[in-house]
Design a protein. Structure first.
Length: 212
């Protein structure tokens, strides 16, 4: 006994309708994928870049006193060193920024270097010359015996390098970015005093110049 199978034949109109449905569905799917890819790209394009206009600034004269015992003493520097953003574009970031000093290094005329302490966190105004937070204390500095006179010192400070993280808020994105900065000052300082048998007092004074 033969079994007759029924075969459903679609009309040309039905086939055309099916094709149109598939094409329409595909057309809606493509923009969804494109939007998913474009969204993170758009967000990334709003991420502000760290400015290159921030420089070392000078707020005043450089002074420090060393009390020497056993040919060792400490040098404290405060109030002379600043962060200068006066040449920056003021439309790129909010006025208030935060600065965190992470390291300080002192170089003496004999080539010896010392790591500082007394680092701090502070705030400043973008577009102005502001003070760096903290006081920079360098301990266990070596001072040879001798007479310290203007322009004639057995040893004197010649350079200070400070690293600071500057936290800025970008415009118009309001995204916070951290910009590490390395700032260096050349010191033109000389001491007055004497160190005899490893003990004495030296008073340094002079000026600082931002290194290029």
């Amino acid at each position: 006994m033969n079994t007759v199978q029924s075969v459903e034949i679609s009309s040309p109109d039905q086939a055309s309708t099916t094709r149109r449905s598939l094409i329409t569905a595909g057309a809606w799917a493509v923009p969804v994928v494109a939007a998913a890819v474009a969204t993170p790209m758009a967000a990334a394009s709003q991420q502000p870049a760290c400015p290159t206009c921030i420089k070392a600034g000078v707020l005043g004269p450089v002074t420090s006193q060393a009390i020497v015992l056993g040919n060792k003493g400490s040098l404290l520097f405060a109030g002379a060193f600043g962060l200068d953003s006066r040449t920056c574009n003021l439309n790129l970031f909010q006025p208030l920024y935060t600065s965190l000093v992470t390291s300080a290094t002192l170089t003496m005329s004999n080539g010896a270097t010392y790591t500082g302490s007394g680092l701090g966190t502070g705030t400043g105004t973008f577009g102005q010359l502001g003070a760096l937070p903290g006081s920079f204390l360098f301990t266990n500095v070596s001072f040879p015996n001798g007479t310290y006179l203007a322009n004639s010192n057995p040893v004197r400070p010649t350079k200070i390098t400070i690293t600071v993280n500057v936290v800025l808020i970008g415009l118009p994105s309001l995204i916070s970015i951290t910009c590490p900065q390395t700032l260096t000052w050349n010191l033109n300082t000389f001491g007055i005093g004497t160190v005899i048998f490893g003990a004495g007092t030296i008073n340094y004074s002079g000026s600082a110049t931002p290194a290029p």
